[in-house]
Design a protein around this ligand. Structure first.
Ligand code: SF4
Length: 303
């Protein structure tokens, strides 16, 4: 368990992966998917909540494939687990990462509607917008299947914020493939995106591919992606201005008299407020967007 603040914890619930993406060392180094027993996780979460933790992020290499073994031989899905965790007094917010699109099943999508503790934020990496590259990566879905999935998620939870990882310059990536990635990013409109230049991981199939992309092309594409994503993130944050959102205050703010926290959509917010509200959730009117955070003012009573 990691504790970035006294009110937040990261709890590992799953390790390993059965997906075998061709750039990734996880299946070789961590082995097959294994999920921890739900009873153990719930017990740990209770202890954390008693210690004052208000938000838990459930971690796993492929966390939405979670299938926790029960003593009676049944297995519990991630949605089943979050439903149990949401019953723990004091635990107000649940998040999870990282997820694979193919394991984003209906019960988990629906949990984003039926379980208020499950935050409307989803880190769902797609890596590329090109079918030819997705296939070379062994991601096991097409760009259109990803877009259809996003549409289905948004049809039940229109306000959900989405983020993704992208690998730039996977072996064989042409300018046309890269354009397909830009197109996908434009279509989805991510709240945030993370880019990584492809780098050879010894022992993975990608390392053996002979059509490696030159470093300067990777750098140039990375910059173009970054500009597009920065614009989307800025527009996403600008769109929040004028809205009232519940913010979990985590720590003192940048300046004296300020406190800092996050919206349900994982946006950092700074407000003028008393330290006594740190560890509480309160409604905030978002008044302004800055480069890396939002500014707001308190409008509600603490939860
Ligand atoms: Fe690695 Fe994630 Fe692919 Fe699994 S789904 S092989 S952890 S990149």
């Amino acid at each position: 368990t990691m504790r970035p603040t006294p009110y937040q914890a990261y709890l590992r619930i799953q390790i390993g992966c059965d997906k075998f993406c061709t750039y990734c060392v996880v299946p070789a180094t961590r082995g097959p998917e294994q999920s921890r027993p739900p009873a153990h996780i719930v017990q740990e979460a209770r202890v954390l909540a008693d210690q004052g933790v208000r938000e838990i992020t459930l971690l796993g290499q492929n966390v939405n494939a979670f299938h926790g073994p029960e003593e009676n031989g049944n297995s519990v899905s991630l949605a089943g687990l979050t439903a149990r965790l949401a019953e723990i007094p004091g635990l107000l917010r649940l998040r999870y990462m990282t997820s694979h699109p193919n394991d984003m099943l209906d019960d988990l999508i629906d949990a984003h509607v039926s379980q208020p503790a499950l935050m409307p934020f989803l880190h769902l990496p797609v890596q590329s917008g090109s079918d030819h590259i997705l296939q070379a990566m062994n991601r096991k879905h097409t760009a259109q299947q990803y877009l259809d999935l996003i549409e289905r998620i948004r049809s039940v939870r229109p306000d959900i914020a989405l983020s993704s990882d992208f690998i730039v310059g996977f072996p064989g990536e042409t300018e046309e493939d890269f354009q397909a990635t830009l197109d996908l990013i434009k279509k989805v409109n991510f709240a945030s995106s993370y880019f990584f230049k492809y780098s050879i991981r010894p022992g993975t199939p990608g390392a053996e591919m002979d059509n490696q992309v030159p470093e300067e092309i990777k750098s140039e594409r990375l910059q173009r992606l970054q500009e597009l994503a920065d614009g989307q993130r800025y527009a996403y944050n600008a769109d929040s201005v004028g809205k009232v959102m519940p913010v979990l205050f985590e720590k003192k703010g940048r300046y004296p008299g300020q406190i800092a926290g996050k919206t349900p959509y994982l946006q950092p917010v700074q407000v003028d407020g008393p330290d006594s509200m740190i560890g509480c959730v309160a409604d905030v009117l978002i008044t302004e967007t800055r480069t890396n955070s939002l500014m707001g003012s308190l409008v509600g009573e603490k939860a």
